[in-house]
Design a protein around this ligand. Structure first.
Ligand code: NAP
Length: 256
């Protein structure tokens, strides 16, 4: 898909690019020729990502930093690094997200706060921090990783704090689109259903059972590359008048 969604030379920042969907996003933008900044908390996962891409022939370039998106000092370092090295930002993908525990009423308030900090407050704070860089960018766009859980309280969404954080993120997407349209910055969301990733941890059986339901398109598990294709499209000039949208990538998961 990246053939006709050329992001060559674009400056892209992806939070949480070291596993799952984030790693798929890094791959998609690098293969499309972008200069990609990404980060995560675990230096071992970052080293693995850097090693992997040092062996590849993708036309883009990768810059990694170790840090926590909920840490204001780290965000300031990240923004200063992008400013110093690139002078602008074309695409921000707020991808980093966590599910810390399951249960409706049993989740601790500490988990609630940490989930909202990572999944909702950090995307706002990072976007707020890079607005000047985006204004110097070419066709700038922000894309937030939502979830089917944002709009559907099904039983497979085991964490209430997670679902609430993603519902808030959907409204944030729309409010930011409203606020930033006059400055030429588009803001969209992508809402995957069930995607194979580390996030599922030991709930992999639940994931497989979910996608084997009859109405799921070809009973297939959505891959990080499928999600990346949607993000690359929304970040491209093909989507130049799309803003405030939340695109489902769920093989029909939310239909039944
Ligand atoms: N997998 C699914 O079925 C699914 C479905 C719908 C939506 N989503 C959403 O898609 C996004 C990616 O999920 P995934 O499944 O790819 O998860 P994942 O495999 O667990 O990857 C999460 C990434 O975010 C990073 N991260 C987490 N917390 C961070 C923090 N505080 N600061 C910096 N980096 C952080 C992780 O690295 P470190 O641990 O090293 O920090 C990792 O790189 C999330 O927003 C998730 O809610 C996933």
């Amino acid at each position: 898909m990246s053939d006709h969604l050329d992001h060559a030379g674009r400056v892209v920042c992806i939070s949480g690019g070291t596993s799952g969907i984030g790693a798929g996003l890094v791959a998609g933008f690098l293969e499309s020729g972008a200069q990609v900044y990404t980060f995560g908390r675990d230096p071992t996962k970052l080293a693995r990502l850097t090693d992997h891409w040092s062996d590849q022939t993708a036309s883009g370039s990768l810059i990694t930093l170790t840090g926590d998106v909920t840490d204001a000092d780290f965000r300031a370092t990240l923004i200063a690094t992008i400013a110093a090295q690139s002078g602008r930002l074309d695409v921000l993908v707020n991808n980093a997200g966590v599910i810390l525990s399951g249960g409706d009423l049993s989740e601790s308030l500490a988990d609630w706060r940490a989930t909202l900090e990572t999944n909702l407050i950090a995307p706002f704070a990072l976007t707020q921090g890079v607005i000047d860089l985006l204004e110097h960018g070419a066709a700038p766009v922000v894309i937030n990783l939502s979830s089917a859980c944002a709009q559907h309280p099904f039983s497979t969404c085991t964490s209430t704090s997670y679902s609430v954080s993603k519902a808030g993120l959907d409204m944030l997407t729309q409010r930011l689109a409203l606020a930033l349209g006059s400055r030429g910055i588009r803001v969209n969301g992508v809402a995957p259903g069930v995607v194979e990733s580390e996030m599922w941890g030991d709930a992999t059986n639940l994931m497989v059972a979910t996608v084997q339901r009859r109405h799921i398109l070809k009973q297939q598990i959505v891959t990080p590359a499928d999600v990346a294709d949607a993000v690359l499209f929304l970040a491209s000039s093909r989507a130049r008048l799309i803003t405030g949208a939340i695109l489902k990538v769920d093989a029909g998961y939310t239909l039944g």
